[in-house]
Design a protein around this ligand. Sequence first.
Ligand code: KG4
Ligand code: ZN
Length: 336
Amino acid sequence: NSDVLILGVESSCDETSAAVLRNGQELLSHIISSQISTHQKYGGVVPEIASREHLLHFRGVVRQTLTEAGVNFSDLSGIAVTYGPGLVGSLLVGVAGAKAMAYAAGLPLIGINHLEGHIYANFLNTPDLTFPLLALLVSGGHTHLVYFEGHGHFQVLGHTRDDAAGEALDKIARALGLGYPGGPQIQKASLSGNPHAFEFPRAMLEPGSLDFSFSGMKSAVLNTLNSARMKGVELSVPDLAASFQQAVVDVLVRKALLALERTGAKTLVLAGGVAANALLRERLTAELLTKEIRFVYPPPILCTDNGAMIATAGYYHYLVRDFAPWNLNAIPGLNL
Ligand code: KG4
Ligand code: ZN
């Protein structure tokens, strides 16, 4: 049997997830155990609790994933696991678990960078993606523009100098009393708001820069909110949410267009939790329609953290026999 079967494991933040992927395309099973409801009462992810939850769920998630796929360890070709970036305690559960399984089953271990994993979610849906391509990666911890010339050959063109886009959305959602995680809440509240009610700044940095900065934009919203509160004025939460979402999306779209122009790439892929945002998808779709640029994005479930994207990235590492040593460690600050 020449099928390549990869078990992908993800535990970098608050999702324990595993997937079995056949030949880089066919998901045989995919389980995501989310801790969101556990962390919600704290308004964000509590690292200590997250690691303990991973410990509780890891074995069950992996077992169920293999059962649903109808495969045993001996059928697998390799085990891929996120080893960074992320919360160190959370990462360690996945890394130690994957190592133990791979060692016991005599399988190769494949270490995956979580950010690369997010981008590779696009290859699961669209295996005919062609290089060169540009990736806009927008998650809770990262905002990157990455130029790919081939599998494993990429260059970071720009990244955030302070807050990530998702982080800014989460913080504003919290200030508006919308709860955690903030991105989906901002999107929901925006539906009944006016995106032009407030003109928040769009931080573009130096002319031509492909870096991002969301901290000043975030402060502008907080200042508006605070000065109104001091005057005893209640501002419309939907209007604030819609105006901030509009500002964040504006910057992401403008920088992505600039990077496409600069690189000449004919394909844009979207990745990371914020890639689930409907306005961002709509705006880019509209902008790219007339430019003959192919625009690809994963379904929402593959935008936020999941094991399928790790299995997909793992498949491409497997093809070139890029395996990890047994002393693979969790690297919380791992970059692209
Ligand atoms: O990729 P991800 O699941 O975790 C990280 O690797 O960070 O991204 C989580 C981020 C959070 O900031 C969350 O608020 C945001 O993605 N997010 C969204 C949406 N869904 C998730 N932001 C905007 N609109 C959404 N629909
Ligand atoms: Zn992520």
